[in-house]
Design a protein around this ligand. Sequence first.
Ligand code: GDP
Ligand code: IMO
Ligand code: MG
Length: 426
Amino acid sequence: MPGVIVVGAQWGDEGKGKVVDLLARDADIVVRFGGGNNAGHTLLVGEERTVLHLIPAGVLHQGKICVIANGVVIDPEVLIAELTALRQRGYLTDDACLKISDEAHVILPYHKAIDLARERLRGKGEIGTTGRGIGPTYEDKMARTGIRVVDLLDEAVFREKLERNLEEKNIYLRSILKEPAMEFAAIFDAYRGYADRLRRYVTDTALYLHQAIDAGRRILFEGAQGTMLDVDHGTYPYVTSSNTVAGAVCAGAGVGPGGFEAVVGICKAYTTRVGNGPFPTEERGAIGERLRETGDEFGATTGRPRRCGWFDAVLVRRAARLNGLTGIALTKLDVLTGLDPLRICVAYRARGERFERVPASTRLLEEVVPEYEELPGWTPPLTAARRLEDLPANARRYVARLEELAATPFTMISVGAEREETIILG
Ligand code: GDP
Ligand code: IMO
Ligand code: MG
């Protein structure tokens, strides 16, 4: 199949948006297959910065088809705002360039209220969700009570499902979460308006993709979040509520598992995480602060400061295996300029044991102490580099060691946020 999958290899925010925008040049169709507007994918083209939450990062290339597939959970209000802003800038002016799955699930106001109220009740133990209603929407999907786009478009079906759901959600909100109940009419009217606005884009995206595959069109699948946020393979329960690994493409877009051309993992040259949960290589002091400031590590969705730390090869090797990565795009190497020495975590130690894998126990992972290797840093800025030879010797040495530890070929090195600030290797 002429398809390339891009996924995050760490805890999200690895620079998937930048890389997908770049790879979209060679694609006809770009597909989001999971997550929702918990994602924030940043694209910098010239001076123009775009943050996308739901619309695939192929949108800045005229004529590419953007698909929001069935595995995505859609907040229609956010989607319409994003679409309107893009159209005002001259993108997606052709309605045929955006396709929304009729089977995608819809985020409703009660999902957001439940998400936020639960986090408040958890207090110190909060997950640190984005508060966008993602978890409660996937819960309803699995509980088979969710409202899909196709249901939203049918007034009678939508009325019936919303009435039934709201009855139950209001009991939960009032009695358990101590939140005010929600009014049917306000939600119904607003969502009827959204339905009318989005109807023209809605289609059977799985069928569309099958036909595109048969026609030999090139498809880029854009992952959201990161491998360590996967509900099965991440640092549970400090994860998102969907599968974020490459395998999720099949269910999330309705395509078979055969023969993808490439699976590209996006990986920062260090590590960040936003939200709570174990993070073995986190630097809470001056180094973390330095990475946050230089790397501008503030959430693209919530603006929260991201937690920062050293590169963790144990995690990345795991991501390589779980996703079947055929290549890695290393991002934000430029951010490490001036730090000396550089540290790379090669194993963990805890309870008298040495781990070269990520233990499933969250408690144990919270206890582990990283075993570091040190490498010398460099001082020249990297942003102008376009070939590997343009990098200082110590930067090349650092990259070579990461590549060896990740046991996966590096196909791209990003040395700046801008589209062109990239070294293409393979
Ligand atoms: P995503 O969620 O994986 O798409 O990543 P985000 O957009 O949330 O966060 C990545 C941030 O790093 C964005 O602000 C990008 O513009 C920026 N970025 C991406 N690649 C590079 C790079 O190589 N160097 C620098 N300095 N910034 C980068
Ligand atoms: P992109 O696609 C980073 C994190 C949240 C929280 C956990 C659960 O931009 O890489 P949720 O709202 O999904 O229930 O929150 O997951 N999270 C992300 N962290 N990047 C993301 O997306 C994320 N999407 C969710 O911070 O810890
Ligand atoms: Mg992001």
